[in-house]
Design a protein. Structure first.
Length: 356
């Protein structure tokens, strides 16, 4: 079977259009090709809505060409009933004779079954075209399915000499150092729409009273996650305003816990591995991607245990000379982007393990 990887590149371009909207499902793109030209294309737009193959096939204006066409898709067509019917069945019913797949679906409900279903019906299937690029696009989904844990992204901003903030204590009246610009702050809000959860530690919650929303970007707010072992965070904190689902990890839920539908207390054993307990519980809560925003102690705890998949570090041009030291991290620098007054570095770790 002949194939053109350029058509798969188009699938990957289309797939990325669903970024931030398909979670926890993967981003998928598909094109229908007839006589070496695209006659239909589509992508998975929103969780719970039609998959990429359905949209691509529906966009073909001359449906009588489908039995002579090739479907390119960036992830194996599903073979089970979920929010939508199996895409493999649709391909079979429309008599598409050839399918090119970038990567197999790691979901046990699908893994190999979609391809087998199509081959059993005489459809010619080739897989592995731009597979590495397709797996990289859906790193979050592959980690969830293969390692049964949330995907972890670390994020912080620091001065040129490696400090995150001045020394501050709750109630001292000191305001935080502004390291990020309005532009990079907006970019962080965009990042928040692409994850399902965002987490801070007790000190950050007490010192900054953060909202942890994506109010500066269009998209869904992530669930807020905060560690509050001794229930120190006051009831009037933004985290408890009821506007966004919020999870509080504590040693013991307070007797006078705030009664709000969007608020959930989960007790964990702080004498054990708190990070692992938190990740295990978040996975059960179906929070499958987590942005850890601080503070330094919390970030350090994830770095020291190797519990991270990506990191975004913004380094400002100006020094602070003293204050709270930023974490030290080692990883593969994927990109660096220059912004007015700062540079943001994007690091990735190898996805080879579970954290247990």
């Amino acid at each position: 079977m002949e194939f053109n990887p350029l058509f798969m590149k188009r699938c990957l371009q289309l797939a990325r259009k669903g970024e931030g909207f398909t979670k926890p499902n993967p981003m998928v793109g598909a094109v229908v090709v007839y006589d070496n030209r695209i006659i239909g294309e589509g992508f998975h737009r929103q969780y719970g809505e039609a998959h990429a193959e359905v949209n691509a096939i529906a966009s073909v204006k001359e449906a009588d060409l489908l039995p002579e066409s090739t479907l390119y898709v960036s992830l194996e067509p599903c073979a089970h009933y979920g929010k939508t019917p199996p895409c493999a069945e649709l391909v079979i019913s429309r008599k598409i004779p050839r399918v090119v797949v970038a990567a197999g679906d790691p979901n046990p409900k699908v893994s190999g079954k979609g391809i087998a279903m199509m081959r059993d019906q005489g459809i010619e299937v080739i897989q592995g075209v731009l597979e590495e690029e397709a797996r990289e696009l859906n790193r979050v989904f592959f980690v969830n399915q293969l390692h049964n844990r949330p995907y972890i992204i670390l994020k912080w901003a620091q001065s040129s000499d490696g400090f995150m903030d001045h020394f501050r204590t709750p109630g001292d009246g000191k305001t935080p150092v502004i390291i990020s610009s309005s532009l990079t702050h907006t970019i962080v809000h965009k990042m928040r729409t692409q994850v399902q959860g965002i987490m801070v530690g007790t000190n950050t919650a007490l010192l900054d009273n953060p909202q942890l929303t994506a109010r500066k970007w269009f998209g869904q707010h992530p669930a807020r996650v905060v560690i509050d072992k001794e229930n120190k965070i006051p009831a009037n904190a933004f985290l408890f305003d009821g506007s966004v689902p919020t999870i509080v990890f504590t040693a013991s839920p307070p007797h006078d816990a705030i009664k709000k539908t969007q608020l959930k207390y989960i007790d964990i054993d702080f004498s054990g591995d708190t990070n692992q307990q938190i990740l295990d519980r978040l996975y059960k809560e179906k929070i499958l991607s987590l942005l850890v925003e601080g503070g330094a102690q919390l970030l350090d705890s994830f770095i020291e245990k190797g519990m991270w998949d990506e990191a975004y570090i913004e380094i400002a041009e100006k020094p602070l000379h003293t204050g709270t030291k930023a974490p030290n991290i080692e990883g593969n620098v994927i990109t660096s982007v220059k912004y007015p007054g700062s540079v943001q570095f994007h690091l990735k770790s190898k996805i080879t393990r579970n954290f247990h």
